[in-house]
Design a protein around this ligand. Sequence first.
Ligand code: SAH
Length: 309
Amino acid sequence: MTAASLRGASGEFPSERKSILILSGCLCFVIQSRKRYEEKSRDMITQVRAKKHLGQHFLKDLSIARRIAESLELTVPTDVLEIGPGMGVLTQYLLKDPNARLTAVEIDHESVDYLREYYPELHLVEGDFLRMRLEDLYGGSFCVIGNFPYNISSQIFFRVLDYKDRIPCVVGMLQKEVAERLAEPPGSKTYGILSVLLQAYYDIDYLFTVDETVFAPPPKVKSAVIRMRRNGRVSLDCDERLFVRVVKTAFNQRRKQLRNSLRPLIGKCDVADGNEENKILDDRPERLSVEDFVRLTQFVSKHLVTSEQ
Ligand code: SAH
């Protein structure tokens, strides 16, 4: 129907035709603005530009996102902190979980703008997870979840250790090889500093592997999801700060026997060879369990060189 066909012989619009015109005008306006809104949302999805320095690889596969969110397995109302929500692919499922009291922390201003527009109900903090005082966010304990920025995943886990008595559970996606390392038992080649420190306080499950093709842009490596649950250890049977130093010093030269790699701490330790206590020094760090490292720390604390005391 054109405007010309609605005109009367005089060239004027009769009043009922005027109403039809106004109505169809309104309809057109509604359709146009809806279209513009949809285009905007499509634009914005492609517009949150992936920034390499922020480790941004956006997950595209919704079933994997749902599976990660569900891996928290919350059974009672719980405070949950999501690190790096990006464009909210995990967030949307966490928001639907009746037991998750969600807060998200995101460093990227562009993602923050996006989230504020599309998830106005989300409690969102703009900032750097590695620098924020988490005690200002929560009075008590909280779980941590995220498709972590891979460039800082180790730092995230060191931060979790700082708050281990407040963080009962972590679900995270990270590089597959790092995930394997964290969950690996002693004796394997990749068992390292974070494996020992985290396994001292957490039981770690490797949940599933995720292919690089489900991200935009795809990362160069495969990914994996792990879940960590706080174990029953309240404290270690040794000086815990020294424990961390012993683990780090030992793995600094992981191929060396401990009697050599630990020299900065114990010097040229002269405990007689064959002494049971001393035997552990013949070993290499990747073969030691958490309990072995606790014993080693007790030993080191007795033989610390004077400048270390
Ligand atoms: N969860 C989203 C995005 C994952 S990419 C998804 O699965 O699609 C990692 C996200 O962490 C990005 O949004 C990035 O901006 C954010 N990020 C990177 N470093 C951060 C930091 N220090 N603190 C908080 N968020 C960070």
